[in-house]
Design a protein. Structure first.
Length: 139
């Protein structure tokens, strides 16, 4: 039974490893608001300083917003101000084949923002997100 559990965990790690490997080191090209969702309407988490190194985890399908980490902060940044180091080449994230990621307020905020003041308003932001996607057919 223990051997089976080890094999299952190893197989799962092998399946998940390629997705993690697709994240790329990048940097901000301006002082950049890190948002709690893929829109300027979502609350700001922090400001990433111009030139700061970030980790780009992926972008929504339209590639106009990307899920990034800067130090301990995690959130969404506009592609306009994000570049990645793609095998030694500087590329805007729209040119880079970023992994496509999705956004869902309750899941994402539950993972990253439980201590933030805006977390208590997640139902309101979930409605905003669903309405925004329906209206704009975005991400």
């Amino acid at each position: 039974m223990r051997t089976l559990a080890v094999m299952v965990l190893a197989a799962a790690a092998g399946v998940l490893a390629p997705a993690a490997a697709q994240a790329a080191p990048g940097f901000a090209t301006a002082n950049l608001n890190l948002r709690s969702g893929p829109s300027t309407q979502f609350p700001a988490v922090t400001v990433i300083p111009n030139g700061a190194r970030v980790e780009v985890h992926g972008c929504v399908a339209t590639r106009n917003w990307c899920d990034v980490s800067w130090g301990p902060a995690r959130g969404w940044a506009s592609y306009n101000y994000l570049y990645v180091d793609d095998r030694g080449r500087r590329r805007n994230v729209r040119e880079w084949r970023a992994p496509v990621v999705t956004f869902e307020v309750n899941r994402y905020w539950g993972q990253h923002y439980k201590g933030r003041p805006f977390y208590q308003q997640r139902d309101r932001w979930d409605r905003f997100d669903r309405d925004n996607r329906r209206r704009n057919h975005r991400y």
